[in-house]
Design a protein around this ligand. Structure first.
Ligand SMILES: O=C(O)[C@@H](CO)OP(=O)(O)O
Ligand SMILES: [Mg+2]
Length: 399
């Protein structure tokens, strides 16, 4: 029986040492699941609402727990997530907090898997999952909202698209991260690390492009398979007064489209996330029209894992890829629905971490469960390697 018998909520630390919500879900027959909410820094304006952890916990205890304990079944994910929506009663989880909602949703899935005796990816994705693995996109140089005085572009992502296995891919990203560190040292450029463990040198974006091209080529030769790279521009963060504000200049929307299209061609970029403002469906469409055959144009702040925004993007041809972050929308069911809508319309799903993370590994399972072609979960740092190591274990069937 997977009927929920108890839910415990507590405040724990995330990787920025901020408080976040952790949930334990216990079932009547002894099933157990534990999960914690991540937290963004460059959040999209249309995301579900994260409340202060204490507030989210109090509201969830008051409103959601009574609708779940003795009422819902952990094995029935849609039932659990429906109860969370009903308990909240708003469109954006502003009453109980998307942080409480997503922690409970994910913990229930784990408790359901525990009772069924199946790995989480199989409980969520079915018996035939576990054959295909996502290509990990690894953040190796970054700035934006994730590090002060570093690059304007938020993330430069290693993309080992030719890796023969997910394990090879994970180690390739680690090798590119180390190689970037060596190249920075050789050039005498000091660099600390940003929130996601990427190097955060105080350099112009142009220098970061050079270093990425050099490091991915060197490591590609070394490992013997193709390693490309991509970007999360996080352009909404630099969009002010109708223009993109870079440290050395500004760009109009037309100039931004031109700039990114040129970068795609010059560096053979395999992936570009949020190249334009989060409300610019038209600008996205223009860029996708120009370079969508050559690269993935991915909507993160544009879509916020929301099927209504995704539907609009599909109608307008705004992107050929969507970032999936369960905490942007509040439940696993909503995240699944976004992946499925994307898939039916030929968009690739990229399952993603947040800049504030915990040891939670749910997204590794979610990526395998949904057969997603990509996962973005960093390259270095314990809260990042927790997910990467889980992928290695899933591939080895060693859970
Ligand atoms: O913009 C992003 O894609 C994410 C994760 O890399 O950052 P944040 O969690 O800060 O929104
Ligand atoms: Mg992003």
């Amino acid at each position: 029986m997977t009927q929920i018998a108890e839910i415990r909520l507590r405040r724990v630390l995330d990787s920025r040492a901020n408080g976040t919500v952790e949930a334990d879900v216990l079932t009547e027959s002894g099933g157990f699941g534990r999960a914690a909410a991540p937290s963004g820094a460059s959040t999209g304006e249309h995301e579900a609402i994260e409340l202060a952890p204490e507030e989210a916990i109090a509201a969830a205890r008051d409103r959601a727990v009574p609708r779940l304990v003795g009422e819902a079944y952990a094995g029935d994910q849609r039932g659990v997530d429906r109860a969370l929506h009903a308990a909240d009663g708003t469109d954006d989880f502003s009453e109980i907090g998307a942080n409480s909602a997503v922690a409970i949703s994910m913990a229930a899935a784990k408790a359901g898997a525990d009772m069924l005796g199946a790995p989480l990816y199989q409980h969520l994705g079915g018996a035939f999952r576990g054959e295909n693995f996502p290509v990990p996109l690894g953040n190796v140089i970054g700035g934006g909202e994730h590090a002060a005085d570093a690059t304007d572009i938020q993330e430069f992502l290693s993309a080992p698209v030719g890796a023969p296995s997910v394990t090879d891919a994970v180690f390739a990203n680690a090798a590119v991260h180390a190689e970037v560190g060596d190249v920075l040292a050789e050039r005498g450029i000091p660099a600390g690390k940003g929130d996601e463990g990427a190097w955060a040198p105080s350099v112009e974006d142009e220098v970061a492009f050079e270093i990425m091209a050099e490091a991915t080529e060197t490591m590609s030769d070394d490992v013997g398979f193709e390693i490309g790279f991509g970007l999360d521009v996080a352009a909404a963060e630099m969009f002010e007064d109708g223009e993109y504000q870079y440290s050395d200049r500004t760009r109009s929307t037309d100039e931004q489209v031109e700039y990114v299209a040129d970068l795609v061609r010059e560096y053979d970029l395999v992936y570009v996330e949020d190249p334009l403002d989060e409300n610019d469906f038209e600008g996205f469409a223009e860029l996708t029209d120009r370079v969508g055959e050559e690269t993935l144009i991915c909507g993160d702040d544009l879509f916020v894992t929301n099927t209504e925004r995704l539907q609009r993007g599909i109608e307008q041809g705004s992107a050929n890829s969507i970032l999936i972050k369960p905490n942007q929308i509040g439940t696993l069911t909503d995240a699944f629905d976004a992946v499925e809508l994307a898939g039916r319309n030929g968009l690739d799903a990229v399952i993603s971490h947040r800049s504030g993370e915990t040891e939670d590994t749910t997204i590794a399972h979610l990526a395998v469960a949904t057969d997603a072609p990509f996962i973005k979960t960093g390259a270095a740092g314990g809260e990042r390697t927790a997910k990467l190591n889980e992928l290695i274990r899933i591939a080895e069937d060693a859970l």
